[in-house]
Design a protein around this ligand. Structure first.
Ligand code: SAM
Length: 231
């Protein structure tokens, strides 16, 4: 299967395994991943965030309830929220999530945004689990036609050592453990380059039952939000 499907499948497998109730997708683009996650009954809250409102809203109708949801209402209630804003800004709507996904997002961030990203995602949002995927630049020589970056909007592409040192630093600073994996296997004999897409899975080390830090967290909204029922 194409690489983007393998990335979505990776997230779907995690959701199947850990059964998070609240999932946020940062840099959700046209909401394809959110739409796929909608069919997991464990999920009660789905949130998307993107800096580009038009791409996010283009196919958001896919997240609306289906006729079957009216004909055969299920026990679970699903609330979907879409937020127009940047991962460089904190907004209280992103608090309390079990899983936050950032699929092919970080390489699109400007230097100043990337600098704020760990504090916003791990420090402020502080979900139980975070998944971050990004290209592995060591794989690039195997991709036809790729000279500098895989996409002209990429601000950087990291090799495994760069991504892992960035991720380990964030994990250490904010109290997460992190494991590295990926999707897109290298061809036989070229295993040394690693996966085409590198993935880090972070898990909070000391999950808090009560949230004492919450009191000092801002309550002011930074994002523009649409909220609706998904079933
Ligand atoms: N996650 C999707 C996927 O895997 O199919 C889309 C990834 S797309 C390559 C990157 C997305 O990140 C774009 O939709 C872009 O608008 C969004 N983005 C870029 N900078 C952002 C920021 N600072 N805050 C939120 N989203 C941002």
């Amino acid at each position: 299967p194409p690489l983007y499907k393998q990335r979505y499948q990776f997230v779907k497998d995690l959701v199947g395994k850990y059964k998070p109730k609240k999932v946020a997708d940062l840099g959700c683009a046209d909401c394809t991943l959110l739409w796929m996650l909608k069919f997991y009954n464990c999920i009660e809250v789905l949130a998307g965030l993107d800096i580009c409102a038009s791409v996010m809203k283009e196919k958001m109708h896919r997240l609306y309830p289906l006729p079957a949801d009216y004909l055969q209402p299920s026990e679970r209630s699903l609330t979907v929220t879409l937020h127009h804003g940047s991962v460089a800004h904190e907004d209280p709507c992103m608090l309390g999530f079990d899983l936050v996904t950032c699929i092919e997002l970080i390489e699109h961030l400007e230097e100043s945004e990337l600098e704020k990203f760990p504090e916003v995602v791990f420090g402020f949002m502080a979900p139980t689990m975070v998944v971050i995927s990004t290209p592995n630049s060591e794989f690039n020589p195997l991709l036809p036609g790729v000279t500098v970056f895989r996409h002209q909007d990429h601000k950087f592409e990291w090799d495994r050592a760069q991504f892992q040192s960035w991720a380990l630093d964030a994990a250490k600073r904010y109290g997460y453990s992190v494991e590295f994996t990926g999707v897109g296997n290298p061809p036989t004999g070229m295993e040394d380059v690693g996966f085409c897409t590198q993935i880090a899975v972070f898990v909070k080390k000391y999950p808090q039952t009560s949230e004492p830090a919450q009191s000092k967290k801002p309550t002011e909204a930074a994002y523009k939000t649409v909220r609706f029922s998904g079933n």
